[in-house]
Design a protein around this ligand. Structure first.
Ligand code: GSH
Length: 324
């Protein structure tokens, strides 16, 4: 695992030393937007018009951020319009690779590259920074539109509606304030909180992440006792953004990232909600435990040096969810 520096690959783990043992996530570099008519989105430049077949999505089934984009691709009927390439779950010295010797790893369907970094270098031969999934690639302009999952799911939520005829809205105007509020807490303490706990290299940095994480899970459990979904009676982006961390929680974060005060199955409301989302049409196919279990336990040798993959909990995600 590493990063690009002026177009050259350097094998480097995250630098926690200079921040008191704390893991700090880099910000995404590409923030352009696909819009229905090609006008600029909230950030970045214009010229990325929604068109069938024009955009290609690079993902890992292991990654919770990439998982969001696969979920929105499924929810919004974009499967026939946006093709996907899936990296191998092992992220080793060369970063994400397009090796195909793992079921579900597709190789690079566009260029036949060996590594995901080749895609970043194609967009900019002197690229610097981490090489992350997801990446939304524009075949027409031969460049990266965005490598920020929060933006990509909003593009998918509304940008292609004229092409698909699917007008389901997971970021409805009337709930935007509340959704954004929930997203901030969920991002800081859960989505990113598990990484801050798991990659911490000091007790203080771990404590500072793990306590707010379980405070938030208690808060969510209470919310889901009152409302069917996080922001009320209607499922929104906020639910899907939480879901990708929750489906990985018991199998990975509880053990590998030491987030072990409780499991998801210990929270009756959260566990029912999680099963409902898992059973939502099109979603179970996007949940690939064999990829995420392998990825975390095998790739993070700083956390799990012997690469032993634990047996995992016995949980039935297909049991009736009892919600609603
Ligand atoms: N802000 C990005 C974060 C993406 C991200 O961190 N992806 C991880 C996989 S879960 C990755 O590719 N990491 C490689 C690295 O950090 O070198 C997003 O939400 O799209």
């Amino acid at each position: 695992m590493g990063k690009l520096i002026n177009g050259v690959w350097a094998d480097q783990w995250y630098d926690t030393k200079s921040h008191g043992g704390e893991f700090i996530r880099d910000t995404s570099k590409y923030r352009n937007w696909v819009t229905a008519d090609g006008s600029p989105g909230p950030d970045g430049e214009g010229g990325f018009r929604a068109e069938s077949g024009r955009y290609h999505l690079y993902v890992s089934y292991a990654c919770p951020w990439a998982h969001r984009t696969l979920i929105f691709r499924a929810l919004k009927d974009l499967g026939d319009h946006i093709e996907v390439s899936v990296v191998h779950p092992d992220m080793l010295a060369d970063g994400w690779s397009f090796d195909e010797d793992f079921p579900g790893a597709t190789g690079d369907g566009l260029f036949g590259s060996d590594f995901l970094r080749d895609i970043y270098l194609r967009a900019n031969p002197r690229a610097s920074g981490r090489v992350t999934v997801p990446v939304l690639w524009d075949r027409e302009r031969d460049t990266i539109v965005s490598n920020e999952s929060a933006d990509i799911i909003r593009m998918f939520n509304s940008g292609f509606d004229r092409i698909t005829g699917n007008e389901d809205d997971y970021w409805p105007e009337s709930l935007r304030g509340r959704i954004d509020q929930v997203n901030v807490r969920v991002y800081d303490t859960v989505n990113n909180g598990v990484y801050r706990a798991g990659f911490a290299t000091s007790q203080a940095a771990y404590d500072a992440a793990v306590v707010p994480l379980f405070d938030s899970l208690d808060w969510i459990e209470a919310l889901l006792g009152v409302n069917r979904y996080l922001t009320g009676h209607r499922i929104t982006e906020a639910d899907w953004r939480l879901f990708t961390s929750i489906c990985r929680f018991d199998a990975v974060y509880h053990t590998h990232f030491k987030c072990n005060r409780r499991r998801v199955t210990d929270y009756p409301n959260l566990w029912g909600w999680a099963r409902e989302l898992y059973q939502w049409p099109g979603i179970a196919e996007t949940v690939r435990p064999e990829h995420y279990v392998r990825h975390y336990y095998f790739s993070h040798t700083t956390v799990n040096p012997h690469r032993i993959i634990p047996i995992g909990p016995d949980e039935d995600w297909t049991a009736p969810h009892g919600r609603g």
